[in-house]
Every structure is written in C-alpha cells, then in structure tokens.
Design a protein around this ligand. Structure first.
Ligand code: NAD
Length: 487
C-alpha cells in the first residue's frame, strides 16, 4: 500500500507521514476525534517512532544541499507557488482544521488560513530582498553571508496547528533549510494536508517532511538526531525543558514559544466599554490562545462599572459548534483538557478564591467549560500564577500605576500584555515597564508579520517574525578578503 486516506469534511487527508516525497505508514496508530463531536472518530493516524524520525531526517538531509544551493529568489518562486496553492484551497483547509481542532470556521476562512499564505510570501520576499552587509576595515573587505544551517525540526502545539506550522515553516524554507514538521497529536490533520499542497506546488521531495505521532516518542527522537541543525518549538514550558536539554546537549540553536499568563490592564482613564468588551473577548475560542489576557487588572475606582460591562459582554457569548458563525466560545480540544481546566477551577474554589462567574462544566454538555471569572484572595494563588489555557480569567484591582505594573510582572511568564488607557504618556510608560514580548495598547491580536514575536521568562527563548526568524535559521559567516590581493 502506498498511502491511507480518510475523508474529513469532504477532503481526502492522508493519515500517513510525508517523507522524501512519499507517504510512509507506521504499524501503530493514534486516534483523532473532533472536539465538536467527540463520538465521531475522524482518523487513525500513523504513530511514528524512532525509525520514522531517522527516515525523515535522512530525507531532509539528502534534500538539503540542493535546496540550500538555490538562490533566495529561486526559493521565493517555490514559496509563492505554495502560497498560490494555499490561496486556492482556503475553504478545504479551513474545513479540515475546523473539524480537527474545533477552531471557528469563519475565522479560519477569513484570517487564519490566508495568513499561512501571506507568511510564505512575506518570507519569500524578505529573504530574496536581503542584501549582504559589505564594508572595508583593517585592509580587508568584509562580507556577512547567511549560510543555510541544515535540516530544521519544527514542532507545533494543538491550539493553532495551521497558523503555527506555516508561521514557522516559511522562514525556515526561505532561509534555505529543509524541514521536518511534527504537529501535535490532538490536531495533526492540516499538517498532512500541507504536505499534499507542497507536493502539488512542486516543492522538491524531502524539502518539507511531515511526521505524525506522540511528542515524547517521535518528537523526542527527531530532536535528538544530531543531523538536525535547528529546532523551532511552540508548546508548553514542560516540553520545552526536555527539548531544550537535548538541544543543549547537541549544541543546536533552539527557539521556544511557550505559554502565557498575560495581564489585561484597565486604567480609570480608559474607554471602559471597549476594555470590558475586549476582556470578555478573552473567552473566545474557549481561551485556548497563548496570547490571551487572562489576568484582568482593573483600577479600583472603576472596578464596579467595569464588572457590570464585563458581565453584560460575557452574557452575550454563544457556546456552540465552530461551524456556526454565531459561535464565539468553541469546544475545548479534548476531554483530558476539559478535565485539566476543571481541576484548576476546583482547586481555586477549594482554596477559597471567589468564583464571580461560571466555575462549572457547561450545562448543555459537550466539551465546554462555562466562561469563568475568579477573584483570587492573593496573588500567589495557582489560578493567578499558572496558565489554564481555557475560558478562565482572574479579576484583581490596583490602586495606582506602580501597583498595576508590579501585578502585571508578578508571574514567571512574559508573553503578552494588553493595556487599556486613554493617556498616550501612560501607554508609553506602562508599555515599556511591562515585561512581555508583545504589549498591545487599546487593541489585541493585531500582528505585523515582520515584527519580532516571542516571550520573556518561561514564555520562551528567542524571537520569531521578520528578520529575526531568518537570522535564526542561518549560520552567519564573515568572509574577509585582503584588499588588493585579488582582481
Ligand atoms: P505541548 O508542549 O504538550 O506539546 C507541543 C508539541 O510538542 C506537540 O507536538 C507535542 O507532541 C510535542 N512534544 C511534547 N513533548 C515533547 C518532547 N519531549 N519532545 C519533542 N516533542 C514533544 O503543548 P500543547 O499542549 O500542545 O500546547 C499548549 C501550549 O502551547 C500552551 O502552553 C500554549 O500557551 C502554548 N502555545 C504557545 C504559543 C506561542 O506562540 N508562544 C502559541 C500557541 C501555543
């Protein structure tokens, strides 16, 4: 047999790995179900092992010299072709991702899937436009050359499979590296589709390989392979510690985009309606968003009117099927994750923190947790300090700007922050004082693909986005030639 395919939302998706331009199976499999309909098994997917990992790194290693030897402009042509294929397949990709991950269909079609193509175009053009730095000093002519580094392993989490795969893939390929992509085992199908699209776009075999399976199994084996020259990881700090240890052992550059516990700070001079609407909007997608502002920090003098507005906005949420455009709160990814969310809230209740809203499974059944707001008794509480990754927010008040900043910076995380204020001076002051990779003022989730992106503290190592990711995927070389010594 050469491949095994299942029909998902009317789209044929391979359940096998994509290695070196071929589909490859595994004896063992793992099951994939739809969060929106848990009784419905979508697929049994090949469960890769150490041998699968070695085979994929073989393919990426063989393909590397040819891909690296192309000019950035030639690689750009390939990436634009892949972007064209993606643009033509938005509906089908969205249909698969919606069933597999449970993300809202409308936002997939309008924003998430097209952004994958935009990313490829962005990096194709950025790499092709790159000019090498050349200068004279000490009688030599100096030139900085970006050398492609080698095969890169890309590991993605379950919450934004398509968006993160394409976000990480684009700079790696544009820089001249070949890729082995390992998507998360709870939502692996759009990565498989991506391999098909890459083949259709004429990407040379072995340039993009997709390996399916469990993180601790095939993921760990990929990371441990000494032929791998870059590791780009997005997921939890726990997995990053293990991957980082292996990367350190093999002396391989490693970026980690990890969890968050972002503050959403509301000052008395803010537009309270906008702030409360955005705060309630943190329940969107059941809060399975690393960048979410999950700690509401509100100036004491406006706490009451803020809460009134917040509850009104939260009451308007619609928990439902991700296909329904009216849905704002989608099902959570997996029963195990639902249990994890419930565990956080149950422990918070047992510790005596006040549940202001929700605090229970959704009465209507399905994989839903009721949007929850908790007023902690103290800032050291687990519910304040640890990422829940669900529709659970905390509510705390502050007296002045200094206290707001101290609270904002009081966790080990530092991925993102949201600030609501009507004062430009305060926006500058607070924006600079908060330790986070991204701070949004009076807005949220607006992203420029060329801006650096990443986290401080346990939210990550390194930056992706724009030139930052291209630099990561290259080995820089300084070439010095004695002036006057050559014609
Ligand atoms: P996870 O760490 O459990 O898994 C992420 C990926 O790593 C999966 O593909 C998994 O199979 C793999 N993996 C796990 N252990 C591994 C190991 N030892 N070796 C190699 N691979 C391994 O995370 P998750 O539960 O899938 O995702 C949720 C987390 O991701 C949250 O913390 C969330 O905040 C974070 N996240 C961060 C960003 C960001 O940009 N900073 C974006 C999305 C999600």
């Amino acid at each position: 047999m050469e491949d095994e395919r299942v029909e998902v939302a009317g789209v044929e998706v391979s359940t096998w790995h994509a290695i070196g331009g071929r589909r490859v199976g595994s004896e063992a499999t793992f099951e994939v179900r739809s969060p929106a309909d848990w009784e419905h098994r979508l697929a049994s997917v090949a469960r890769g092992d150490a041998a699968t990992a070695a085979q994929a790194v073989d393919a990426a290693t063989v393909a590397f010299p040819g891909w690296a030897a192309l000019s950035a402009g030639q690689r750009a042509t390939h990436l634009h072709r892949l972007a064209d294929v993606i643009d033509a397949e938005v509906e089908r990709i969205a249909a698969v991702e919606c069933l597999d991950m449970g993300m809202r269909h409308e936002s997939l079609v309008e924003r998430v899937v097209p952004r994958g193509a935009a990313n490829l175009r962005n990096y194709a053009d950025l790499a092709a436009a790159h000019e090498e730095r050349v200068w004279s000093s000490k009688g030599t002519r100096n030139r900085v050359i970006r050398m492609p580094a080698g095969p890169a392993v890309i590991i993605t989490p379950w919450n934004a499979p398509w968006m993160l795969a394409t976000w990480k893939l684009a700079p790696a390929l544009a820089a001249g590296n070949t890729v082995i992509l390992k998507p998360a085992e709870w939502s692996p199908l759009s990565a498989s589709l991506l391999a098909d699209l890459a083949e259709r776009a004429g990407l040379p075999p072995g340039v993009l390989n997709v390996v399916q399976g469990i993180g601790e199994e095939v993921g760990a084996a990929l990371v441990a392979d000494r032929r791998v020259r870059r590791i780009s990881f997005t997921g939890s700090p726990e997995a990053a510690r293990s991957i980082g240890a292996t990367a350190a052992h093999n002396i391989v550059p490693f970026t980690a985009e990890l969890g968050g516990k972002g503050p959403l700070m509301v000052f008395a001079d803010a537009d309270l309606d906008a702030a409360a609407a955005k705060a309630a909007g943190q329940y969107d997608d059941s809060g399975q968003v690393c960048l979410a502002g999950t700690r509401l920090l509100v100036e004491r003098s406006v706490a009451e009117p803020f809460l009134e507005r917040f509850h009104a906005a939260a009451d308007a949420h619609v928990l439902g099927d991700p296909h329904d455009p009216a849905t704002t709160v989608t099902p959570v990814i997996h029963p195990e994750h639902l249990e994890r969310i419930a565990g956080f809230v149950d422990r918070a209740r047992a510790e005596g923190h006040e549940i202001l809203r929700g605090g229970h499974l959704h009465e209507g059944g399905g994989l839903f947790y009721a949007p929850t707001l908790i007023a902690p008794r103290d800032n050291d509480a687990e519910i304040v300090q640890r990422e829940v990754f669900g529709p659970v927010l905390t509510f705390q008040t502050f007296e002045d700007e200094a206290e707001a900043i101290a609270l904002a910076n009081s966790t080990e995380y530092g991925l993102s922050a949201i600030v609501y204020t009507g004062s430009q001076a305060r926006a500058e002051r607070v924006g600079r004082a908060v330790r986070a990779g991204t701070v949004w003022v009076n807005t949220f989730l607006v992203r420029d693909l060329t801006a650096p992106f990443g986290g401080c503290g346990i939210s990550g190592i390194g930056r992706e986005g724009g030139d930052f990711a291209l630099e990561f995927h290259a080995d820089l070389k300084t070439l010095q030639i004695l002036e006057g010594s050559t014609d």
